[in-house]
Design a protein around this ligand. Structure first.
Ligand SMILES: [Zn+2]
Length: 187
């Protein structure tokens, strides 16, 4: 099987709860730090003592929160002065994708509504995967709703889904990629 397109291995349902997706995914670009220092990227890296493959990595992939903090402080700034979105998180609800400033450590959702919706979706998905009777009932419900709705409503529903995907594609795909990487590294 092609290594690149291989599906990630199935995980225990409770395993997904432990992944800190936004933290792992979030990178701060190097350019604003160089701008704050009034230097070119290369000169800023020299001044910060960053060189070689580390410099390439920072330039192309950006900085993790820890590295961004260290380098900003080394340059004499508070990271929030360099990156206006410092400390913000992307909501863990895949269908939300909003950014928010956490009010406590480890906050993963922008609002309690997003937390409840995600928990409910996980519960539903898990039961759908493990309870054939539940899955059959859900499929029957959906088929009945579709039949009752008629073609115009089906078209509207398809348009709504496309619009939702267009709004959240970046956030959703970033999470998928991070989960895939985490799954790959976990095996
Ligand atoms: Zn949210």
């Amino acid at each position: 099987m092609d290594h690149q397109t291989a599906r990630p291995p199935a995980r225990a349902a409770n395993d997904t709860n432990g992944i800190r997706v936004p933290d792992a995914a979030h990178r701060y670009p190097l350019q604003p730090l160089a701008d704050a220092m009034g230097l070119s990227l290369a000169a800023a890296c020299r001044a910060l003592g960053v060189s070689g493959s580390t410099m390439q990595d920072y330039r192309h992939r950006g900085l993790t929160e820890r590295v961004a903090d260290r380098l900003a402080v080394r340059a004499g700034f508070h990271p929030a002065e360099v990156w206006p979105d410092w400390g913000h998180r992307v909501c863990d609800n895949e269908l939300c994708g909003a950014t928010f400033l956490p009010e406590r450590n480890g906050q993963r959702f922008c609002t309690p509504i997003c937390r409840r919706r995600t928990a409910s979706r996980r519960w539903h998905n898990e039961r759908y995967a493990n309870d054939p009777a539940f899955a059959a009932q859900k499929r029957a419900d959906q088929a009945r709703r579709r039949a009752e709705a008629g073609p115009a409503a089906r078209r509207a529903e398809a348009a709504r889904k496309r619009a939702s995907y267009a709004r959240h594609a970046v956030a959703v795909n970033t999470r998928r990629r991070v989960r895939y990487q985490a799954a790959k590294e976990g095996t």
